[in-house]
Structures are given as structure tokens and as C-alpha cells.
Design a binder for this molecule. Structure first.
Ligand SMILES: *Cc1c(COP(=O)(O)O)cnc(C)c1O
Length: 387
């Protein structure tokens, strides 16, 4: 038995029983049924779960900031009796969301002030973030873009598609476009293909990627037809978002497999969340399962300073501890880069454990994952003639 197999959620389990509210559902695998039957109200939640006081008031009071919505597929992962269930904390509002800590912001990464065109965030010289929709299949309570997604808040996501395409056509320094939102895979195949085709036709755009949690929230949406369409626009990468190993079900693994078979390289972006994935054992299990789904862990984010997220944030040292608990102990491919997206718009900054113990003129002393020390003589420190 490896360590990973000791985690209760280390194996892939099917969560498509086809039952919902006590009835057998013939359309369970139909993404339209899943979307139509999302849980969006207190009454809907309480048909399935008994809520804590914190959740019940959270559902009643937080709805004017970020809507609640959970697909039946994802909802089936919630543990019905465990109030601390890591799935529950991600999608069911809690009263703490209505509290704002002085350090928190509505737009923590200052995206709105880095938009040359509505909907296009151009922060780095060679790549842009293109927000193509304000809707998701389900809403993450710690969403960094809660100010504009879901349609519940006052601010609307404005996107000027034609202006954005023209900006990208004339801005020849942009070689990488990241589609996000909202969730781009919530658009119809035809609508998404229009966007991809237009970008693909721009000669200096070498690389397109899509950020989506649909493979996790709504794996039924990853149809063979969608995969056939996507493969026309290579090189096309996809970043998914899984936080806890239980999210990787049989249905999710199969959906990711269809994307991988269509030649779409995939990375995973997790957010470090208190009570969800803030321990080495859970993260190790998650990254091992991701590799088995042909998804490379890409980033582990320190939770952004989004308003009402204090109850989900951890100290930064927790992320460093997790990376330290993985590096050397397991497959290098399994280890994400831990990132702080700098508040105020500084962009993504890596935060790493310290492996350099000493640095003096002639040598660098490093420690390995077991804590053993090794000296490496610096190049050029010793005159080759006298060596
Ligand atoms: C995250 C992000 C990107 C992509 O960053 P990578 O490190 O290349 O994945 C690009 N633009 C913005 C505004 C971003 O937030």
C-alpha cells in the first residue's frame, strides 16, 4: 500500500447513480438536464441536506453578491452528514461571506484597471486573459471574479468582442491568449468555435488556452463533438480547476480522457482553501489522481484577497509546507508551483520553500527533501589553472 491509497478519496468512484430527489433520472448524462436541475435555492438545498446555521444564513444573505448554483453531478459529491465536507465549503455559501476583512477587495488582482478593451486583461507583455462569458456551471464561493460573474452583483462583465479581436490583431506582441470568464466551455460549441477560429487566424497568436472548471462541475459537457471541434485549433491547452481528490470521479476521469485523446494538454490550477485541501495528504492524493487523469498539476494558488473569503484562507506558510511535503517525496510532474497573485495587480509570483542553506563566494550549500546538506562549488570560483 502506498501512502496515497490511505486517503479515503484516493480511488475513482462513480457519482452518476442516475438518482435525484429519490427518482431515477434517464437524462442524468445530458448536460442540459444537469444545467436545468442545478441547485440554486435554499429550498433546493434543503431537499437534499440539512444545513448548519452558518450555511442557512449564508444562503439567505450572500445571494446579492455571488449567486449559488451547483450541478447535480457536483452536488452528489457532498457528504450529506459532514458539515465540514470539503465539497460543501467550495459551493455552499456561509455567513462568513458577508464579513469583509480590511485587507479584502472586490477586484483583488486589479483586473479592471488592466483592460485596454472591455473583457481583455493585458498584464504581461506576451499574453492576455480574455473574459468571454460571465457565467459558470457552478459558482466557487472564493471566486476572484465574483464582482462580475453569476449576474447577481451590481457590476456587469462588459466584453466588446469585435474591439478585442481588433486589439489582438494589431498587438503583435501577444502570442498567447487565455480564454476564461466565467467558464468558456459553457458557451455552445458554435459560439466557442467562432472565438477560437478568429484567434487561430491571427498569425502572431501561437498558442490558445482555455481555463475551465466544466470538466469537474459538468463532465457531461465534454462531448465527443466538443473534443472534435477543439482539436482543430491546436496548439490548444486547457487548465482545469480541481481542489480535492473526491472531485476526480469516474465521470470526470473519462471526460478528461476524451480531452487528452483529442490532443489537448491539460494543467490543473488549485486554490489552497482552509478545510478543503490544506494538508499534504489531501494534496498528494489530488496530484496523484490528476496524473492518472493525464492532467499535470500547474499552479497552487494562495487564495486571493476577495471580499468575504477570510474563512477559506490559510497562512501562506501552509502552501510552502505542502510544496515541501511533495518535492522529492513524489513525482516531479505531480508538483504544482505555489503562487501568490500579487494584490493590486502585480501578477503571479512564485513562493517556494528555501532549499539553499548557505551561499558564500565559492560554493552553495543546499538541502534535499530529507534535510541532508550538500555543497556545490560555484562555476568560476576556482581558477581552472590551479585546479
Ligand atoms: C494568470 C494570468 C495569465 C496567465 O499566466 P501564466 O503564468 O502564463 O499561466 C495571463 N494574464 C493574466 C491577467 C493572468 O491573470
Amino acid at each position: 500500500m502506498t501512502q496515497a491509497q490511505t486517503h479515503p478519496d484516493a480511488e475513482f468512484v462513480s457519482h452518476a447513480p442516475g438518482f435525484w430527489e429519490g427518482e431515477e433520472i434517464a437524462d442524468w448524462d445530458d448536460p442540459r438536464w444537469q444545467l436545468k436541475n442545478r441547485v440554486t435555492s435554499l429550498a433546493g438545498l434543503e431537499r437534499h441536506l440539512s444545513l448548519s446555521e452558518e450555511e442557512r444564513s449564508g444562503v439567505l444573505l450572500s445571494g446579492n453578491k455571488l449567486a449559488m448554483s451547483v450541478t447535480p453531478h457536483f452536488f452528489n459529491l457532498v457528504h450529506p452528514e459532514d458539515p465540514e465536507c470539503p465539497i460543501r465549503r467550495q459551493v455552499i455559501p456561509r455567513i462568513e461571506e458577508t464579513l469583509t476583512d480590511p485587507a479584502e477587495m472586490a477586484d483583488p488582482c486589479a483586473e479592471d484597471s488592466h483592460m485596454p478593451v472591455p473583457g481583455l486583461v493585458h498584464r504581461y507583455p506576451d499574453r492576455v486573459l480574455f473574459l468571454v462569458t460571465d457565467r459558470c456551471a457552478a459558482y466557487c464561493r472564493y471566486c476572484t471574479r465574483s464582482r462580475v460573474v453569476s449576474g447577481a452583483g451590481e457590476q456587469e462583465l462588459e466584453v466588446d468582442f469585435e474591439e478585442a479581436f481588433r486589439y489582438l490583431e494589431r498587438t503583435t506582441g501577444v502570442r498567447d491568449v487565455l480564454l476564461s470568464g466565467g467558464d468558456p466551455l459553457l458557451l455552445s460549441d458554435a459560439r466557442l468555435e467562432k472565438i477560437l477560429a478568429r484567434l487561430h487566424a491571427i498569425p502572431h497568436i501561437e498558442f490558445i488556452r482555455i481555463g475551465s472548471r466544466i470538466p469537474i462541475f459538468l463532465p457531461q459537457r465534454i462531448t465527443p463533438e466538443l473534443c472534435e471541434m477543439l482539436r482543430k485549433y491546436h496548439p490548444l491547452f486547457l487548465s482545469v480547476h480541481a481542489n480535492h481528490p473526491r472531485e476526480l470521479t469516474v465521470e470526470v476521469r473519462d471526460a478528461l480522457g476524451r480531452l487528452a485523446d483529442a490532443g489537448v494538454p491539460m494543467g490543473n490550477q488549485s486554490v489552497l482553501l482552509r478545510g478543503v485541501n490544506d494538508d499534504v495528504d489531501t494534496m498528494r492524493t489530488l496530484v496523484h489522481k490528476l496524473l492518472r487523469c493525464r492532467v499535470r498539476p500547474y499552479y497552487l494558488y494562495q487564495c486571493d484577497l476577495i471580499e468575504g473569503s477570510a474563512h477559506l484562507r490559510t497562512p501562506v506558510s501552509k502552501g510552502v509546507e505542502i510544496i515541501e511535503g511533495l518535492r522529492g517525496h513524489t513525482t516531479g510532474y505531480a508538483i504544482p508551483q505555489f503562487i501568490i497573485d500579487a494584490p493590486g495587480g502585480g501578477g503571479k509570483v512564485p513562493v517556494n520553500p528555501e532549499y539553499v542553506v548557505e551561499r558564500d563566494g565559492g560554493q552553495i550549500v543546499v538541502r534535499n527533501y530529507e534535510g541532508k546538506r550538500f555543497a556545490y562549488p560555484e562555476a568560476g570560483a576556482v581558477d581552472p589553472a590551479v585546479r
